[in-house]
Write a protein that binds this ligand. Sequence first.
Ligand SMILES: [Fe+2]
Length: 218
Amino acid sequence: MQLPQGMILEQFEVGPMSNFLYFLGDQKSKEIAVVDPAWDAEYILNKAKDKGYKIIAIFVTHDHADHVNAVDDLQSKCNVPIYISKSESSFLGSQHKNVKCLDDGAIIAIGSIEFEFIHTPGHTPGSQCIKHENILITGDTLFIDGCGRCDLYGGDANQMYNTLYKKLLKLDDSTIIFSGHEYGSRRYDSLGEQKKSNIYLTCKSKEEFLRNRMGMAY
Ligand SMILES: [Fe+2]
């Protein structure tokens, strides 16, 4: 897979729930955002240091503990802004510092690389995906051959249907999906391939989607 020019994208598997966290950034300035810092802030800091990267932001796809339980620890050492959807009220009601709320379509630059935040409710009310050119970080909205649960607190399978069918499936088939967990047979895949193999993307109707989604574990 060819990365967009000048972009840093690195994927790390962390914790007991096979979470993926990511470094996103600018090769030229070596500045990065850490996406979903969880489980081990020291590990994240050491990885960034080894590579000569400077952490300048934290991006949060959604407020579930397995994605954010190292946010405060990391921020206490880096003192950088935390970017989260303005709809993720569970996070915003907590005591985190330096939180920046994002609207659907917000753009945040890391160095000269711009990232678009797409509001994708369904797994949680304020889930968001992060896009740069054909790279899409999906958190727990879309997995390789799966999609996020909608039966947890704040989940909504109707919203998930709209997110997948009215937003993400409108993206180009060349879009590469990088999800929030290592649940699939691959660590990433194209949207075009997922349109063929992911049962949550091949439903003929909303009713079929709701039956699939609410009858399965993930
Ligand atoms: Fe989650």
